[in-house]
Design a protein around this ligand. Structure first.
Ligand SMILES: Cc1cc2nc3c(=O)[nH]c(=O)nc-3n(C[C@H](O)[C@H](O)[C@H](O)COP(=O)(O)O)c2cc1C
Length: 340
């Protein structure tokens, strides 16, 4: 997955190992970096010589980027420790418990990024003001030691407070891909809502719409940003052969919450065929199938494919033949019903 974070950390996946003191030693750090994430060593509980030795072992086991975490609240020899971290080959210094004001300049001078673990909005703003490059919104689920604000509430507030240029990582209670996906959509969602409000206002004032792209890269303010979606759309509607423009008026997003066509399915009296792609992540299959159930003459056909697959090739042929068969049945039934 490509995000702004993978770009600036130079990793494959937007996942950072927590620099857990007493847990994140060289083996774990190297394994995470080797797997394409960002390994981060927890050095807060280590003696100086132990930390230097552990960093050297990480370097022996991987040539990929890694970071080291210390606690700002334990400032003894912080300068010397940060210099040793950088000498050892780390590309990121992670500071827990407090803004690491005194070493930001040192890190930047030596081309090392600074990450700050933040449990409050005010803390994240102070971190950015001090020059930190990335903030981690660390909810109370992350062991409770950074405050009492829950991850779910903290992350969007921090995203809004630090602005669009500072990457925000979420920490605390994130255990699988679904929670990861939820975290990574928050920034994009905030951007779309801002664009939608601006577009709505333009509409009310009679001005030109404020367009945003339909298709974009992960992290862009666009409707569809998952990897592969631009390519899939291009295959369906080649831009060189059509005048389709990659833009839409985002005010529609403000009405999406109340747009629930399948809630009215029970009132559809004619035969209804609902075709569903089982692995569709854009138009979710569940509500469509429930709608087919609710309609008195409803039926459904499910295809084991994704959103775009049903518009071409094998799945397209199957869907079209199901639709033709459905029309044949429905029209034959209505002919019987109309016979005198
Ligand atoms: C055993 C343990 C030790 C930790 N030590 C540190 C630490 O030294 N420095 C730090 O910034 N965070 C530390 N953390 C917090 C993590 O960085 C991270 O925010 C937290 O583990 C995320 O919550 P989760 O465990 O629910 O994913 C520690 C967490 C655990 C579980």
């Amino acid at each position: 997955m490509h995000t702004r974070l993978t770009e600036i950390l130079d990793v494959e996946h937007p996942v950072m190992l927590a620099g857990m003191g007493g847990v994140s030693y060289h083996r774990l750090v190297a394994a995470v970096s080797e797997a394409g994430g960002f390994g981060c060593m927890g050095a807060s509980t280590m003696r100086f010589d132990e930390m230097v030795d552990e960093i050297a072992r990480v370097r022996e086991q991987t040539a990929k980027p890694f970071g080291v975490d210390l606690l700002t609240a334990a400032p003894q020899d912080l300068d010397a420790k940060v210099n040793a971290i950088i000498d050892g080959g780390a590309t990121v210094f992670v500071a827990g418990l407090g803004v690491p004001r005194d070493v930001v300049e040192l890190c930047h001078r030596r081309n090392v990024l600074v990450v700050n673990m933040c449990g409050k909005v005010r803390h994240a703003v102070a971190a950015v003001e001090a020059g930190c490059d990335i903030v981690v919104a660390q909810g109370t689920e992350a062991g409770g030691h950074t405050g009492q604000v829950a991850t779910m509430a903290l992350v969007p507030q921090v995203v809004d407070a630090v602005g669009p240029d500072v990457p925000v990582l979420a920490a605390g209670g994130i255990a699988d891909g679904r929670q990861m996906a939820g975290g990574s959509t928050k920034r994009a969602l905030a951007g779309i809502i801002a664009a939608a409000l601006r577009d709505e206002l333009n509409g009310r004032l009679g001005r030109e719409p404020h367009y945003i792209p339909v298709l974009g890269k992960p992290g862009d303010t666009a409707a569809l940003t998952q990897p592969g979606q631009t390519e899939a759309m291009e295959a369906l509607i080649p831009s060189s052969e059509t005048n389709w423009e990659n833009r839409y008026t985002p005010r529609v997003a403000l009405r999406l919450r109340s747009y629930r066509p399948f809630e009215k399915a029970s009132r559809v009296r004619c035969p209804l065929l609902v075709c569903v792609s089982a692995h569709d992540t854009i138009t979710l299959p569940g509500p469509a199938l429930a709608g087919a159930e609710a309609a008195p003459l409803g039926e459904s056909a499910t295809y084991e494919c994704g959103h775009f697959d049903v518009y071409a090739g094998e799945w397209f042929e199957r869907a079209v033949s199901d639709q033709i068969a459905f029309l044949g049945r429905a029209l034959a039934d209505s002919a019987v019903a109309q016979r005198p």
